[in-house]
Structure formats: C-alpha cells, structure tokens
Design a protein around this ligand. Structure first.
Ligand SMILES: *[C@@H]1O[C@H](CO)[C@@H](O)[C@H](O)[C@H]1NC(C)=O
Ligand SMILES: *[C@@H]1O[C@H](CO)[C@@H](O)[C@H](O)[C@H]1NC(C)=O
Ligand SMILES: *[C@@H]1O[C@H](CO)[C@@H](O)[C@H](O)[C@H]1NC(C)=O
Ligand SMILES: *[C@@H]1O[C@H](CO)[C@@H](O)[C@H](O)[C@H]1NC(C)=O
Ligand SMILES: *[C@@H]1O[C@H](CO)[C@@H](O)[C@H](O)[C@H]1NC(C)=O
Ligand SMILES: *[C@@H]1O[C@H](CO)[C@@H](O)[C@H](O)[C@H]1NC(C)=O
Ligand SMILES: *[C@@H]1O[C@H](CO)[C@@H](O)[C@H](O)[C@H]1NC(C)=O
Length: 917
C-alpha cells in the first residue's frame, strides 16, 4: 500500500468520525433497531448518521432526535421498546401506517419529553398502557381508529398539559375514569380542550364529577358508546363548550335545563338515546346552529321560541313523541333550512306564509287525514346529487395513471378520507362549503410550506355514526408526486387539526389510502389504486364540466332527451340538463373491450348463463377485469341500463365488488367489474378450492360480507336491497377478503315511503325470505334472511337445500333434538374442529336472521357487531390477534364464475347480474 492511499484512507475515516458525531450514538442505535424491525422505512435511511444525513422523517436538535414524522409511509411492523432510547423525542407521528400493529409497549412511558403522540389509523390493539400517564409533557394524544381495547387508563388524569385527547373509533370499554382519593381521572384534565371518545364501547354513567366550571373543554364528544344514566347537569357548568355530542348511547332521564347556560355551543347532538321529558329550553344557546335530537323519546310541545335562535340552521327532532301545534313563529332565524319532525304526534302547524324552510311532518297526525297533500307531508330525501366544484381542465388527459388536478396539472394525488366529528348538515352538500374548506386546507398547507398544488374534495357522505366523510385528493406541486416527507407532512398536519380549520369546520381526522408512488424511490406499487383514482376522477371531472350548473331547469326537455339517448347527460355537453350521477365508472368503447378479451375468445370466457357470457380481460393498464356481456334477447331498455350503472357506480366499499365501467355501443350492453380471483364462498365451502376454510377464516368472511351488505343497506345513497344474497354471490379476493357481488336484482330504496317495496318476487330458491315470497313486500330484512342462510352454510358447508330439506329446518331440528341446545355436531361441517369457539353464538345469530317474521330479524349493522364480538371472543381464546390469513396458493382454482348449483328464480337479464344465478 503506497503512501498516497494511506492518506486517502485517513481522510475518509476522519470524515466518517466527524459526520458520525452529528447524531448521538444511542439515538443511532435506536433508529437502527427500528429500521431493522420495520418494513418500508425510507430508502435514504442508510449510514449511521440520521441527523447529519437527514434521514427522511427524522428531525434533530443538537444531535438528538426530537421529531419522527412518518405518517402514511406504509411502515409495517410493531412499535418496539427500542423507541424509548430516543429520550429527547418530542413529536412522534406514525399515523396512517396500517401495517403497524401489536400492542403499545408499556415502556413508552419513558419518553418523558414527548409532547405529541399521534398513531391515527394504524392497527394497534390491546390496552393503552397505564404508563402513558407518565408522559408529563404530553399535549396532544391521538390514538383514534385503531383497535385499542380495555379501559381508558385513569393515569391519563396525570397529564396536566394535555389539550387534545382523541381516542375515537377504538374498542375501549369500561367506565369513564374519574379521580378519587387515590386515583386520577379525566376530571383532572382541566386544561384539556378536546375529549373525543366517540365510537368505543364505554359503559356506565357519565360521572357528574367529569365536568366542572374550571374546565376549559370546548369539545365533549362521547357519541356511539354504551353510556347509560342521566346527562349530568354539571355539563351545563362547562361554559367553554362549543360542541356537545352524546348521541348513540343509552342515556335516559330528562335533558338538564342548565344546558341553556352553554351560550357558545354551536352543535348539540343527543339523538338515539332514551331520554324523557320535553324538549329543553335552548334559547340561551345563542350560537346554536345544529340541533340533533332524533329518536330520543322526547315528548310534549316544541317550545315556540326555539326557532328564533339567530344562527339556527338545522333542527332534527324526528322519531319522538312531540305533540300539539308546531309553531315555527314569525321571527325565526333566516339561516334556518331544515326542520325535521317526521314520526311525531304533531296535529297542527303555524308558520309564516312563503317560508322556504324544508319542513318535514310526514308520520304525524297532521299528515294522516285523508287527502293531505301539503309538501311537508312527503319525505324528500335530501338531494343526494353533490355539487362538486368543476374545473377548467376537464378535457385534459393525463398519461400513466396520473390525475388532473384542479389546476390542470397531471400528477399523483395523495388520497384519503376526511372524517368530520361534527358538522352542519345543511352545509355539507353545499358548493360554497366545499370551496371554503378547500381554501382553508390550502392556506394551512401553504403556511407550513408543504408542496401542495391543489385539493379536490368530493363525495360528501354522512356515515352511520353521523360523522361526515369527504373523499380528499391532495395534489403535489413542483413534481408529479410527493416524496415521503411531503406525504408525512400533509397527513400529520391534517391530523393535527390546525386551529383555523378546526374552528371553522369542527374537529376531524384523516385516514389515507396508501400512496402509490413516493418520489425518490423509483418503484411504484399499488397501481390498481392509482388507476382507479385516475380513471375515476378524470372521468368525473370530464363529466362535471359544463354540466353542474345546468341542473335545475328544463327538466321535461331533459327527460325527453334522456329517453332518446339516456347517456347524453354523461358526455361533456353544454346543452345537457341533468345532473351527472356517474361516479368513478368509465365508459369503454366496444373496440377496447374486444381487444382486451382477444375478440371475446372462447378462452377468455369465465362464466355464462341465460343473459350472456362473462369474459376475463386485461385492460391496457394491466388491470384484470370481468366483463359481462348481454346477449341478444337479454338486453334491457337503455334507460334501465343507465339507471343500474348509475346505481352501481355509486357503490364503493372494500367488501363490495367494484364496477370499473361499462360499454353501450354497437347494440351491446356490457359491464366491466374488478376481477375477484379466488372464487365464490360457495365453491370454497364445497372444498373444491385449496383455501383452508378454518373457523377463523369463516368468521372473517362472514364479517366481510356482513359489512358489505350493511354498507348497501345503511350507507349507500340511496340504500340498496340486494335481493339475491347467496354464497355464490360472495367472492374472495387476493387477500381472501370477501366481496358482495351481483346486484342483479337490486332495488333502490330511495322512493320508499312505507319502508318496503312491492315487487315481483325474485331471488334464489333456498335463500328467499318466506315473508317476502308471500307478501311480495321487499325490505332489507329479506337480505338479512338470505344472509342467515349463508351463515348456516358457513357452519354446515351444506347447500341450502340438501336432500330435499331446507337448511334452516335441519338446523332447527338438530337444535331441538339435542339436549344441549348447541350440540350441533351432527350438522357441523366435519372439516371444522368440534365445537369451535363462538359456534353457539354464531348459530343463534344465524337463526335470528332467519326468523319467520322480518321484524324479529336483526339489521345488518347488528349482525356486523355481533360477528365482531364473536371474532373477538374467538381471538381471545385462540390468543391470536387477527384471523390467520395463511393459505395455500399453489395451483389454480377452477373457474370462479361458473356457478352450477344455484337455482335461478330470476326472470330475464339484468345488467348487473354478472355472476349468474
Ligand atoms: C373490555 O375489553 C377487554 C378486552 O377486549 C375484555 O377482556 C374485557 O372483558 C372487557 N370488559 C368488559 C367489562 O366488558
Ligand atoms: C399517575 O396516575 C397514577 C394512577 O392514577 C398514580 O398512581 C401515579 O402516582 C401518577 N403518576 C404521577 C407521576 O403523577
Ligand atoms: C345556569 O342555569 C341555572 C338553571 O337553569 C341557573 O340557575 C344559573 O343561574 C345558571 N348559571 C349561570 C352562570 O348562568
Ligand atoms: C328560556 O331561556 C331563556 C334564556 O335563558 C329565558 O329568557 C326564557 O325565559 C326561558 N324560557 C322559558 C319558557 O323558560
Ligand atoms: C302532549 O303530550 C303530553 C305528554 O305526553 C301530554 O301531557 C299533553 O296533554 C299532550 N298535549 C296535547 C295537546 O296532546
Ligand atoms: C289549527 O290551528 C288553526 C289556528 O289556530 C285553527 O284555525 C285550525 O282549526 C287548527 N286545525 C286543526 C286541525 O286543529
Ligand atoms: C421532498 O420534497 C420536497 C419538496 O417537494 C423537497 O424540498 C425535499 O428536499 C424532498 N426530500 C427528499 C428527502 O427528497
């Protein structure tokens, strides 16, 4: 080795020493340990100097790691106690990494400099460790949308700096902890501004000690729990409150009159409780704009001066026992847009003439006399056509799966859902609200120098929990994609709820869809999602341009035009008058579909039936699709076809098969669906596939399909009755998630007045609700019946009609014969272990679903919750965190769409009936 080389080496080693000194060695070790545990850490996490070489997501102060923000970066793994060596850490945000799972280590309590801890939308479970109460500096704690269980640790009461406590959407149970001589509790958090404890399983009463006049709370959010007892009158002492949500509990007693002291509350939600007494005097709540008290059993007369509150916008008091005369008065708020009093006992009405309030009195005696024709006697569902801002770049086409931003740039947006915990109903579907929200979000991003070009908000939905969701696309500036720092920054900012946003729009959280293509890595994953988003929003933009504002006039002309060419309103055409209803589904040319199926070759056929054939195809983008092609004689009317596409294109749920697009050209009608590769539930139960159908898997499939169906019933707008639920209409995807398919016989519930639709009976023998069969009155409960049959199939692996006997009868008989009501071995699928955990509960649930009387059957929402409970029980027993997903993939499963054994009862072709039966 010559002298020059020695010098060179010396220089290098000195450099390494100097650089390495930039990061404290304990911190280096801790981060290296995390790097080895986590998958998908940023690619620039190399070397041994995180601070000096600016590892993405890491910020340092004086060679110590103080900030870790790696939100939405697809990290996988657990939060190991290695992290506690980062003893100077102040800000930790790992939100929106659905691959982060396991329990929170108790040692997290050693991070005593931590002031911000955000783990929103990960997959953590188990108890929140008591040691969290040792994080003395903690100011902002957001653990929402995980699966934390067990009680809220009383030690949280130690956190005297805590301002933001968000535990929304977990599985926390137990009572709300309050302090006593020896223990701490939430009542001690007098500096806290936010208690967001909704969507959990908390029980017991709301302790009156929880609230006091020296608190500074602005949001008391306890909705969607199992709380009982009275609303404590101490709530009325917290004069700082702005939002009070106690809805979806089992609270009883009357509403304390001193709530009227809460002069700056703007939103009050007490719906869905068992309250008694009368509607309280609220006229002291000067800023009130949203009052939700439906389904609470309130009685008596409505105080006439309620409507004079100056800011009042929406009053929902439906499903109570309110009586007498409704006196809207004359000096009501000019903001007032909706008074919903459906299903009460109102007999008379006094209102100013020419009032333009949306008043609903259907289901009251005043509307029950013969010939009641007043507009307030009919329920007009809120107009579901969302006004979405159009942009000027609609005609722009973007290449390689990019999406057109509202500023006419092609890029990969960061997509997710904003969930608002409170909202003003009348605003949600309002264009100016959307614009104001976009404006505030933009200014928040720009003021923190995040590289955001523009934002597109669409699909406002009020979900089952009365939270509002907006689909959100955030477009990058400078480059066509965000890097990890950008994604993390955007997600972290949103979940921090910047004050200017929160104060105008209420608290919210952001759950993302994993990002397709971080800049700086060169590798792109998840193209399916990008394609979907790209296709969806560019078509939407295309459709919206020039149309939205022509919506409200020339209706009749539009209708006539529609009969000639019902698709006219879907193409960008200034003269079109009807609101586009198509969301996310794409128009395919005949040529395109012909090409991707090899000219509809025999080899690509994956199913067939009376209506035509189903082909497998590969789109130019590489996406696999199932194409259903109607044959001559099965074609439906153009208008009918259009209606069904509109219906299907609005359906987006992970447990429902997604419509990708359609073709209506050359006299053809075709529907293009996502391809779901792992066969039907029926096939998998029949043992023809290689997927192991153990008990946990069956439970998880039952849950998936119940969720899909609950979505159709409870969340789809308008709600949809499936009408042909059966095991062969439930498909399994790559990850063995179940998806509900085939709305071939679906029926919109939109115009239902009495809660049912009278129809010609359709369905599949063995699954059909006997009550529906006899009365021809279709309700959601008919699907519940069919789903009950599917649950029984999951247990028995027998067809619904087996040796001439119906499965429901067989199970009933087996239950009656055995001494122990649940000794079901005789009918249990022999491939299952004997008496799997939760079997009895599962069978009881199934039998409730197939009760003769529809009224006695549970709703799909209840079915979902019950299956969740069973899974939890079985998991606890098996000591497994989640249903195991291992399966044998080797070998291909036979033709997944080729159902043979189902007896079709349906008449004729329906465009949506892709998997025939
Ligand atoms: C609360 O949840 C935990 C964990 O899920 C469970 O073990 C416990 O039994 C529950 N407690 C009550 C009182 O329901
Ligand atoms: C925190 O709370 C727990 C339980 O209430 C209590 O035992 C403990 O002493 C408190 N710790 C501190 C540091 O105040
Ligand atoms: C609050 O309400 C009660 C009863 O309605 C009343 O007596 C009391 O004076 C009010 N307190 C304040 C501070 O307004
Ligand atoms: C309702 O409350 C307001 C303000 O607190 C009060 O002025 C009014 O008298 C009350 N009305 C009734 C009927 O008690
Ligand atoms: C309204 O209901 C209340 C309580 O149920 C009852 O006392 C009252 O007489 C009813 N008023 C009218 C006008 O029916
Ligand atoms: C409703 O009230 C008005 C005015 O008080 C009265 O003229 C009318 O007869 C009432 N109608 C009914 C059905 O009671
Ligand atoms: C990430 O992107 C931002 C702006 O787009 C840029 O300033 C930053 O240097 C990038 N970071 C890395 C590690 O590439």
């Amino acid at each position: 080795m010559g002298p020059r080389i020695q010098v060179f080496l010396l220089v290098i080693s000195i450099q390494i020493l100097v650089v390495a000194a930039a990061t404290n060695s304990i911190d280096v070790a801790a981060l290296s340990a995390l790097k080895s545990i986590w998958k998908n850490t940023p690619p620039n996490w190399i070397g041994s100097d995180p601070c000096g070489t600016s590892w993405e997501g890491i910020s340092c102060t004086n060679s110590r790691v103080t900030v870790i923000i790696l939100a939405g970066t697809d990290l996988k793994g657990s939060l190991s106690s290695d992290i506690i060596s980062l003893s100077e850490l102040q800000y930790l945000d790992l939100s929106n990494n659905k691959g982060l799972t396991g329990t929170l280590p108790s040692s997290i309590g050693n991070l005593n400099k931590l002031s911000i801890l955000m783990l929103v939308g990960c997959s953590f479970f188990g108890p929140i460790p008591d040691s969290i109460g040792s994080l003395e500096e903690l100011f902002f704690l957001s653990l929402n949308s995980n699966s934390f269980s067990g009680p809220i640790p009383p030690s949280i009461g130690n956190l005297s700096s805590l301002s933001w406590l968000d535990l929304t959407d977990n599985k926390l149970n137990g009572t709300i902890p309050i302090s006593s001589g020896t223990t701490t509790g939430l009542d001690m958090l007098v500096n806290a501004r936010h208690f967001h404890l909704g969507k959990n399983q908390l029980f017991g009463s709301i302790p009156s000690q929880l609230f006091s006049s020296n608190m500074n709370l602005i949001h008391a959010v306890l909705d969607n729990n199992q709380l009982t007892g009275n609303i404590p009158s101490t709530l009325g002492h917290v004069q700082t409150l702005e939002i009070v949500r106690l809805d979806w509990n089992s609270l009883d007693g009357s509403v304390p009159s001193n709530l009227n002291n809460l002069t700056i509350v703007s939103e009050l939600y007490l719906s869905n409780n068992n309250l008694s007494g009368s509607v309280p005097n609220l006229t002291g709540m000067n800023l009130l704009n949203y009052v939700m008290m439906e389904n609470t059993q309130l009685q008596g007369q409505i105080p006439p001066n309620l409507f004079s509150l100056p800011q009042l916008q929406t009053v929902v008091l439906s499903n109570n026992r309110l009586n007498g005369t409704l006196d809207v008065g004359t000096d009501y708020s000019n903001q007032l847009t909706l008074i919903d009093l459906q299903d009460n006992s109102i007999t008379n009405l006094t209102q100013r003439t020419g009032s333009n309030i949306d008043l609903i009195l259907a289901g009251n005696p005043i509307c029950e006399r013969a010939g009641a024709t007043e507009s307030y006697c009919t329920v007009q569902k809120p107009n579901s056509s969302n006004l979405i801002p159009s942009n000027n770049c609609a005609s722009m086409e973007c290449s390689s799966n990019k999406v057109t931003s509202p500023n006419c740039k092609c890029s990969h947006p960061y997509t997710g859902t904003l969930h608002f915990i409170s909202f003003s109903f009348s605003n949600v579907k309002n264009l100016s609200y959307n614009k104001a929200l976009v404006g505030s979000l933009m200014s928040a991003f720009l003021s923190t120098q995040l590289p955001v070009d523009s934002i597109f908000l669409s699909n406002p939905v009020i979900d089952v929990d009365s939270y509002v969701q907006f689909r959100t696309q955030i477009f990058p500036t400078g480059q066509d994609r965000f890097n990890r720092t950008g994604i993390s920054g955007v997600g972290s900012l949103l979940n921090r709820n910047p004050l200017q946003l929160r104060s105008s729009f209420g608290p919210f959280f952001f759950i993302d869809e994993s990002y397709c293509c971080f800049a700086g890595t060169g590798k792109s994953t998840n193209t399916g999602i990008i394609i979907g988003a790209a296709v969806g929003s560019s078509v939407l933009v295309l459709l919206l341009i020039g149309m939205g504002f022509y919506a409200f006039y020339q209706k009749r002309r539009a209708k006539r035009a529609a009969e000639r060419n019902p698709f006219a309103s879907w193409v960008p055409n200034k003269n079109s008058d009807s609101i586009p209803q198509l969301k996310g589904a794409r128009w395919f040319s005949f040529e395109e579909l012909k090409k991707c199926t090899g000219s509809f070759s025999e080899a690509s056929i994956i199913g067939s039936g009376g209506y035509g054939k189903v082909y497998r195809g590969t789109l130019v983008s590489g996406q696999l699709v199932a194409i259903k092609r109607a044959q001559q004689g099965s074609l439906q009317g153009a208008l009918e076809f259009k209606t069904e596409i509109e219906l299907l294109s609005r359906i987006h749920h992970k447990n429902v098969v997604n419509l990708v697009g359609f073709c209506y050209e050359h006299g053809e009608q075709m529907l293009v669906y996502e391809y779901v590769p792992n066969g039907t539930l029926g096939e998998n139960l029949s043992g023809k596939s290689r997927i192991q159908m153990d008990w946990m898997r069956r439970l998880s499939l039952a849950l998936d399909s119940a969720q899909g169906l609950a979505y159709l019933h409870e969340l789809a707008d308008p709600p949809i009755i499936h009408r042909d639920i059966k095991s062969n209409n439930i498909l399994l995807d790559d990850h063995l998630n179940a998806k509900v398919a085939d709305f071939g016989l679906s029926k919109l519930m939109g115009d239902v007045k009495k809660g049912y639709v009278t129809t010609q009976v359709k369905g599949t023998l063995g699954y059909m609700d006997p009550e529906y069969y006899m009365t021809q009155q279709l309700t959601e409960k008919s699907d519940v019946y069919s789903f009950g049959v599917v649950l029984l199939e999951l247990v028995t692996a027998r067809a619904p009609i087996h040796r001439g006997k119906h499965i429901v009868r067989e199970v009933k008989e087996a239950m009656e014969q055995s001494n122990d009501a649940y000794d079901l071995d005789e009918i249990l699928d022999p491939r299952l272990e004997t008496t799997p955990v939760g079997l009895d509960k599962f069978v009881v649930l199934a039998m409730r679903c197939v009760m003769d009387s529809a009224a006695e059957r549970p709703t799909m929402g209840e079915v979902v919750r019950e299956i969740e409970n069973i899974i939890e029980m079985a998991n606890a027993n098996a000591n497994l965190p989640t249903p195991s997903l291992s399966y044998e993939t080797e070998g291909s499963i036979h033709n997944p769409y080729d159902n043979q054994d189902s007896v079709g009862y349906s008449a004729g072709f329906s465009a949506l009936n892709i998997w025939h039966g």
